[in-house]
Write a protein that binds this ligand. Structure first.
Ligand SMILES: NC(=O)c1ccc[n+]([C@@H]2O[C@H](COP(=O)([O-])OP(=O)(O)OC[C@H]3O[C@@H](n4cnc5c(N)ncnc54)[C@H](OP(=O)(O)O)[C@@H]3O)[C@@H](O)[C@H]2O)c1
Length: 347
């Protein structure tokens, strides 16, 4: 059998959400390799990110945009280019690439092989760990956009980061340090050493009132708050931690983990109420990182260079084999981890 015939017969594994429910609904399926369409490349996946969004799509079909089961989760991948589709010339087989699966809807990254448009992929510099690189695609791009596009932070400003030990929180602290900011971060007590190691003053959101603590330390409040937690009361309190002229960047609903999807409409209502208060504080909306392709490619390249030079080092909570995706979701449901959970295929 020729190498081409062997490849045509080859099977690969991907993880599907077989029905809505707990982590156990994730199942491994085997199928023939996908073929890249014109403008696409086929990537042999080395690392795939797991995110809080994945949990929402897995749990129930009522979250807007959830496809019909079965479907594959996963917003971010890093892998090696394995086959080129027609018309692709700017990338070579064997090159390592990183990218988002945004054009596929909810994802598709929990897989050994995936076909993606070359426009979504950026070449990973030599020597960069694929698991570290995959943290950049969603978490660091979100953090970068929140810091530099939404809140437009300036050197020397004070910021408060909620969920500071989380995937996006650790990214905000590492990029915030590079931007020369004075930083405060809410986290559970057991994550305080990590948060202070990343250059922020930790605040225990479980036992302390962060609004009081921020005003006690700073006097008039912080210049920007980054809130991926959501919930009407949480967002209101984040707003109160701002000084006059401060900006609140709300970009997530981690609170849904405990309180369910009903948190979302109440958060949105509060955000719109706060937007109309004429008190000099601002609630700029965070742009969708997948929408502006030129910005996405340029910034992801810049972030990959920062990892390659050792200027940033993504925090990986755990590397879990792809076929144990259920275990990865159990960990996310349970909490108590720090950084990003990554699925890996080469074990
Ligand atoms: N808009 C976007 O483009 C975008 C992109 C990525 C993520 N997100 C959003 O951002 C959220 C966070 O993502 P992630 O990947 O960083 O999640 P993650 O890694 O699970 O981290 C979430 C963190 O939230 C902390 N936490 C939970 N309740 C809290 C509270 N009441 N106050 C302060 N911290 C609290 C936990 O901290 P402890 O363990 O220390 O308790 C945990 O470290 C997601 O839910 C998602 O909605 C949005």
């Amino acid at each position: 059998m020729t190498a081409k015939e062997k490849m045509n017969k080859m099977k690969y594994r991907r993880i599907i959400v077989s029905r809505h429910g707990g982590p156990e609904v994730l199942q491994v399926v085997e199928e023939g390799l996908p073929e890249p369409q014109p403008g696409e490349v086929r990537v042999r996946v080395l690392a795939a990110g797991v995110s809080a969004y994945d949990l929402m799509f897995r749990r129930s079909g009522s979250f807007p945009g959830t496809p019909r089961v079965p479907f594959t989760l996963g917003e971010d991948i890093v892998g090696v280019v394995d086959k080129l589709g027609e018309g692709v010339s700017n990338i070579k087989p064997g090159q390592m690439v990183a990218g988002g699966t945004f054009s596929l809807g909810v994802g598709g990254g929990y897989t050994e092989y995936i076909c993606l448009s070359v426009s979504e992929l950026v070449v990973v510099p030599h020597g960069v760990d694929p698991a570290e690189a995959v943290c950049l695609v969603v978490n660091y791009l979100t953090a970068y956009a929140a810091l530099h596009r939404t809140a437009n932070v300036q050197k020397g400003e004070r910021i408060l980061v909620h969920g500071a030990a989380g995937g996006v929180g650790t990214a905000l602290l590492q990029l915030g340090k590079l931007a020369g900011l004075e930083m405060y971060g809410t986290a559970s007590k057991h994550n305080h050493e990590l948060v202070s190691g990343l250059g922020a003053t930790p605040i225990d959101y479980r036992s302390e009132d962060f609004v009081k603590r921020i005003h006690n330390i700073t006097g008039d409040g912080v210049d920007a708050v980054f809130d991926p937690i959501g919930g009407a009361m949480q967002v209101w309190r984040s707003y109160r931690a701002l000084r006059k002229g401060g900006r609140l960047a709300w970009f997530g609903v981690a609170a849904t983990k405990k309180a369910g999807l009903r948190v979302i409409p109440f958060t949105i209502l509060m955000v719109f109420l706060l937007k109309v208060i004429p008190d000099g504080k601002k609630m700029p909306l965070t742009p969708d990182i997948g929408k502006d392709n030129a910005w996405y490619r340029e910034t992801l390249t810049e972030l990959l260079d920062l990892v390659a030079s050792g200027s940033i080092k993504p925090v990986i909570a755990e590397r879990i084999p792809l076929v144990e995706a259920t275990r990865a979701h159990e960990l996310l449901e349970r909490g108590g981890y720090a950084g990003k959970v990554v699925l890996i295929t080469d074990t």
